[in-house]
Design a binder for this molecule. Sequence first.
Ligand code: OAD
Length: 254
Amino acid sequence: MNDTEVFAAAALLRGSKRTVVLTGAGISAESGIPTFRGEDGLWNRFRAEDLATLAAFQKDPALVWGWYDWRRGLISKVDPNPAHKVLARWETQLPGLSIVTQNIDGLHQKAGSKSVIELHGNIWKVRCTKEGTVSANNETRFEEIPPRCPTCGAVLRPHVVWFGEPLEMAVLELAGRLSTMCEVMVVVGTSALVHPAASLPLAALEGGARLVEINPDITPLTHLAHLSLRGRAGDILPLIEDRLGIEPLEDRQR
Ligand code: OAD
C-alpha cells in the first residue's frame, strides 16, 4: 500500500454519491475479536458444524449457547477501533454511505454508526424458538444456559444466521439493491469466501461500481478490485480519511 493508492481511494470516495462499505471479521480484529479463518481463526480451534448450525443447536443447545455466551463475554469487553470510528464519521460526512456487515458483534453501532445492515444477525439479540420473537439481550454471562423465553419458557436461540440457514430476505434484498446501485464499494476485512455476502461485490461490479479492497491478505476479490490496499483496516481507513480532507462534523458546526 502506498500513498498514491490511499489518495486514489480518497478521490473515489469524494466523488461517489452512493457508497457501500462491506465489512467482515477483519475490521474487528484490531479490537481483539478473533476472525474465523487464518492461523488464529475461530474455525481453526472450533468445528463450525458443532457450534454454528441448527442441527448442532437442536442436538445440544447448552453447548452452542456456551460458545455464544463466551463470545458475548469477549465482545462485551472490547471497544470499536479506529476503523469502526472512521466509518461512523463517514456516515455523516459522505452522501449515501451504507454499511453492510457480516459481523454480529455490534461494534459498528457502538462506534456510532446508525444505519448498519447486518447480514448475519446480531449476537446481542435472541429469538424465541417457539414464537419467533426477537428481542435485545445484553446479559453477560447468562445465569441459565440455555436461556429461556420470559413469555413462553421455550429455549431462546442467538438471533444470528448459522451455516445452512438462509439470510433474512428483506435484509439480503436491501443489501443487494444497494450493492447493485452503488458507485463505489469498499470491502474491508473479509475473506470473501462466504456467500451470499461474497456475491455483493460482484453485484457492485456488474452495476458498474469501482471496487476498493482493504485487507492485509489476498482474497478472491483482490484481482477484481480497482484498488487493493494491503494492510490493516485500523491503519488504512484513517489514512484515507486524512486524504479525504473532510472537516470533522463538530468543526463544521462551529
Ligand atoms: P474471515 O475470518 O473469513 O476473514 C477475515 C478477513 O479479515 C481475512 O481476509 C483477513 O486477511 C482479514 N483481516 C485480518 N485482520 C485484518 C485487519 N486488521 N484489517 C483488515 N482485514 C483484516 O471472516 P469473514 O470474511 O467475515 O459467518 O467471514 C465471513 C463469515 O464466515 C462470517 O460472517 C461467519 C463466518 O463463518 C457465519 O457465522 C454465518
